[in-house]
Design a protein around this ligand. Structure first.
Ligand code: ADP
Length: 624
């Protein structure tokens, strides 16, 4: 047990140090400005304490008006200078602190999500891990946010302690005069040691009591999370206009009452947290505060006795009492940081388990040869594939070769494996069996980023950003305006573009710009196509648009696309046979296998084949 406790202390410290390093690496200015601001901010009260003490000493002592005037001026000047520095440091810190809870920590997790093997995104463990981390963070500030909170507290506490020590050293150094008789015992250095020892002991006890309360909350984080989730759904149901009709129709608000009105609900008056606060938790909190007050009493006693015995005057009394009380609160904060660090370990472990999730996909190093003639040959050799965690094959024994510069269609009913085929081609997943070759070499051996450069895909569920049209097309901040215009023109967006006063500088959507435009599904498709053209990759792929296009609109987009892809190798995917009949080669997918391959004419002529069957059944309108 003792050993476990020690390792857990060590572990907590290791996690904390790692988290601070992680934050420093990601946001160095944030960490430095935090240190500077919090420490300085903790030191500034001592300026006031010091000058007040000097002024009181003068008033109760020599009462020299010249010296008093000087002290007051110095006090005011120092306070003004300190406020100015505080304001500057605060500005610096708050600039870098902005958005820490959501945006900054979010960037760390989003970076991991973007870096991890694509296959891991499908795993429920991944989304569960991320959700748990975010919920712990948002509910009670556990995890990385607690590191920030503790850094704030620790820096401030260290500043407070240092300042307090400087101002209270002379309490022990100033001697009671021999004329005070028995009181000279107070000059014994043992009193200094005793005062420090009692301070440490009492603050420790006070914090240990408080730690128990904090631990209760940490141990019940699951209940807390659940409570928050229930509350954020049921508590705001009345605001959800999209549900308003159903709510009225079926009086569903009665269901909400169970979650918001029930006294035993997590946060309600008979919930576990309320009960704990009324009982043991409340007692511990009071005990913790009461113990701390005992020490303040001891300090008053000691300082007043020394003053009584003539060691120092009234001014010094205010200084010592203020300095020691401040120091005690600093030490108490340090203990609370230690306690929090212990409680936070389990939440940081979740953070690091997530960030350390390994990438298992082999990352090759071969460079993809840059060919001016765009002669890249891709071959699927007996490729089979199961999605992670799935027992059935989404693709089985697929063999095919792309002919350079040709148009190829991939057709088949929904769920037959077309999109999976493209995802394997782009190496979002690796085949479970078989291999995919680029110019005769297994694609796993190539540098992944370079391999991706030869493909340009309009995915079925493509997404555009609430940025300018130009940035969406160029997928970057820096772009060639003429090329953006040319690509939008080729994608058939010119008419709409001409009606926009800001042209390619028009924002999409209204999220960040009130003059932003909303685009229809078909228009969004055109912008996505322009983005594909801008990338100018040798392979260009158009996955069936989901944007509720009717079969005729889809066929038009496909044929238009075909005109503009030029000498590239193009692949079209659709469950509507009519959209792709112009292609040189058609692959017919059925239940994960390629069951037919050939030109439209050849496939239609094969009356026993699936393609003929689908074609006859006017499968172009098939949507099941
Ligand atoms: P299509 O593009 O022809 O509509 P898909 O390639 O999307 O078909 O799907 C092929 C099969 O793989 C389907 O049975 C589908 O349910 C399954 N599948 C698709 N995506 C996933 C996934 N991420 N995880 C598990 N199974 C999936």
């Amino acid at each position: 047990m003792e050993k476990n406790k020690k390792t857990s202390y060590k572990q907590s410290l290791a996690y904390t140090i790692r988290a601070i390093k992680l934050l420093y690496k990601a946001f160095p200015q944030f960490v430095v400005s935090l240190l500077a601001y919090q420490t300085w901010n903790a030191l500034t009260p001592y300026i006031g304490i010091y000058f007040s003490a000097q002024i009181i000493a003068e008033l109760t002592g020599a009462k020299d008006p010249k010296r008093l005037e000087l002290l007051v001026l110095l006090a005011l000047g120092a306070a003004a200078a300190a406020s100015l520095i505080t304001a500057l440091l605060k500005k610096w810190y708050s600039t870098h602190e902005a958005g820490f809870w959501y945006y900054k920590t979010g960037r760390i997790f989003a970076g991991k999500m973007l870096d991890m093997d694509f296959a891991n995104l499908d795993r429920t463990e991944t989304s569960d891990a991320l959700n748990t981390i975010l919920q712990n963070q948002n509910n009670a500030g556990w995890g990385l946010t607690r590191i920030k909170m503790n850094m704030d507290t620790a820096c401030s506490a260290i500043g407070t302690i240092l300042g307090g020590i400087v101002l209270s050293v002379s309490l022990f150094a100033t001697r009671v005069p021999e004329s005070a008789g028995a009181y000279t015992v107070l000059n014994n250095p043992i009193f200094a040691v005793l005062m420090v020892a009692i301070m440490l002991l009492i603050t420790y006890i006070s914090q240990e009591l408080y730690h128990k309360v904090a631990k209760y909350w940490a141990e019940n984080a699951d209940a807390h999370r659940l409570g928050n989730r229930l509350f954020s759904f049921w508590g705001f149901l009345g605001f959800k206009t999209e549900m308003a009709a159903d709510m009225r129709m079926y009086s569903q608000e009665k269901m909400c009452e169970r979650f918001t009105g029930d006294k035993t609900g997590v946060f309600n008056s008979n919930g576990i947290f309320a009960k704990y606060s009324r009982g043991k938790g409340g007692f511990l909190t009071i005990a913790s505060a009461a113990v701390a007050v005992v020490y303040v009493g001891i300090v008053y006693g000691f300082v007043c006795l020394k003053a009584w015995a003539g060691a120092f005057g009234l001014g010094a009394v205010t200084q010592y009492i203020a300095a020691i009380t401040q120091t005690t609160s600093g030490i108490s904060s340090i203990f609370s940081v230690v306690s929090d660090t212990r409680n936070n370990a389990v939440f940081l472990q979740q953070v690091f388990d997530f960030l350390d999730m390994p990438n298992e996909m082999y990352q090759g190093s071969l460079t993809v040869e840059k060919r001016r003639d765009r002669k890249y040959e891709v071959e699927f050799r007996d490729v089979s594939f199961k999605y992670p965690g799935s027992r059935t094959y989404a693709l089985s024994h697929v063999n095919m070769k792309f002919e350079i510069g040709k148009r190829m269609a991939v057709v088949g009913m929904n769920g037959s494996g077309k999109t999976t085929f493209i995802k394997l081609l782009c190496r979002l997943y690796d085949p479970t069996e078989g291999e995919i070759l680029l110019n005769g070499i297994d694609i796993r051996k190539y540098n992944y980023a370079e391999y991706m450069m030869i493909f340009s895909v309009v995915f079925q569920d493509f997404s555009l950003f609430a940025l300018t049209l130009a940035k969406n097309v160029a997928a970057g901040e820096i772009y060639d305006r003429a090329r953006v215009l040319d690509c939008l023109d080729k994608a058939g967006f010119s008419d709409r573009l001409n009606s926009l006063p800001d042209g390619i500088d028009t924002y999409l959507y209204k999220d960040y710009n009130k003059d932003g435009i909303n685009v229809s599904g078909g228009e969004a498709q055109k912008i996505a196509i322009a983005r594909t053209l801008y990338k100018d990759a040798p392979f260009i792929i158009l996955d069936e648009p989901t944007a509720a296009l009717d079969p005729i609109a889809e066929a038009e987009i496909y044929e238009k696309f075909n005109e503009i892809v030029g000498d590239k190798t193009a692949i079209y995917i659709s469950h509507r046979l009519s959209s792709c009949k112009f292609c040189d080669e058609i692959l017919v997918f059925d239940e994960g296998a390629v069951i037919q391959q050939g030109s439209h004419e050849a496939l239609v002529a094969d009356h026993g084949g699936k393609y003929y069957e689908l074609w006859q059944a006017k499968a172009q309108y098939y949507t099941a």
